[in-house]
Design a protein around this ligand. Structure first.
Ligand code: ADP
Ligand code: ADP
Length: 229
């Protein structure tokens, strides 16, 4: 479950300016694809199409052989977990933020997800901004900690497909390493699409696509791409 297929996908936000110019790839269920390339190449657009925030303007995107245009947006989004670059937290406890997306989860399940993401020490705390509003002392979360809240949420939701927007370049090396461990854990056995700027962060992907101006410039494994240089 979770095979992703892009078949000659074309997309534009504005008809005068094509963004994706015929992109094809397939990710077998449980495997990882990384999409790397410079800013503006169209990487996030690919994840938005997979999420069905937009429909393709040519070609097709399918999950498990089903064209996304023939399934509801809710079912597509329910099957995908996303760890974005900037996680915006809801005005409530960290535990509530983890539970969001699977309200039926037990407290033990929430704690276990928090442990895996290494944020179990403070799940009953309130994020700083909100705490001040209700007159309490809150917790100032770093960018990396917020990202780990999103990781815990995804571990709990356990979707077959995962999108990781790896903007870890803004984080220090220690935090980056910690997050990488959590991300490796959550992406295991799950179809994963990683969006990254640097080839060095996606060494273990089964398949890497280098996107340039809406076209696939190179594809291969990390070793193959290094050999091309
Ligand atoms: P990347 O993720 O590789 O940085 P994006 O997919 O975000 O690239 O963007 C690709 C191009 O599409 C960029 O030139 C960007 O300015 C443009 N773009 C992104 N979102 C929109 C939008 N909502 N409307 C119009 N143009 C957009
Ligand atoms: P759900 O319906 O499963 O709660 P959503 O569709 O609301 O999921 O969002 C899923 C994830 O996608 C969230 O983590 C959210 O931060 C992220 N997200 C929402 N909108 C966008 C967007 N326009 N671009 C990128 N990521 C988004």
């Amino acid at each position: 479950e979770g095979t992703i297929r892009f078949d000659d996908v074309k997309f534009h936000y504005d008809v005068a300016r094509p963004i994706l110019k015929g992109i094809s790839f397939e990710v077998p269920a449980g495997k990882t694809i990384a999409i790397v390339g410079p800013s503006g190449a169209g990487k996030s657009t690919i994840s938005r199409l997979l999420f069905r925030f937009y429909d393709v303007t040519g070609g097709s995107v399918s999950i498990d052989g089903q064209d996304l245009r023939s399934v509801t947006q809710e079912s597509v989004r329910g099957a995908i977990g996303m760890v974005p670059q900037d996680t915006v937290l809801f005005n409530d406890t960290i535990a509530y933020n983890i539970r969001y997306g699977r309200p039926d989860a037990t407290e033990e399940e929430v704690r276990e997800a928090a442990r895996m993401a290494q944020i179990h020490d403070f799940i009953e705390r309130l994020p700083e901004g909100y705490a001040a509003e209700v007159g309490e002392r809150g917790l100032k979360l770093s960018g990396g900690e917020k990202q780990r809240v999103a990781i815990a949420r995804t571990i709990l939701k356990a979707p077959p497909i995962l999108i990781l927007d790896e903007a870890t370049s803004a984080l220090d090396t220690h935090t980056e390493r910690e997050i990488q461990t959590a991300l490796d854990q959550v992406s295991r056995n799950r179809t994963t699409l990683v969006i990254a700027h640097r080839l060095s962060t996606v060494v273990n992907a089964d398949q890497i696509i280098v996107l340039q101006a809406g076209e696939i410039a190179e594809r291969g494994t990390h070793t193959e791409l290094l050999a091309m240089k």
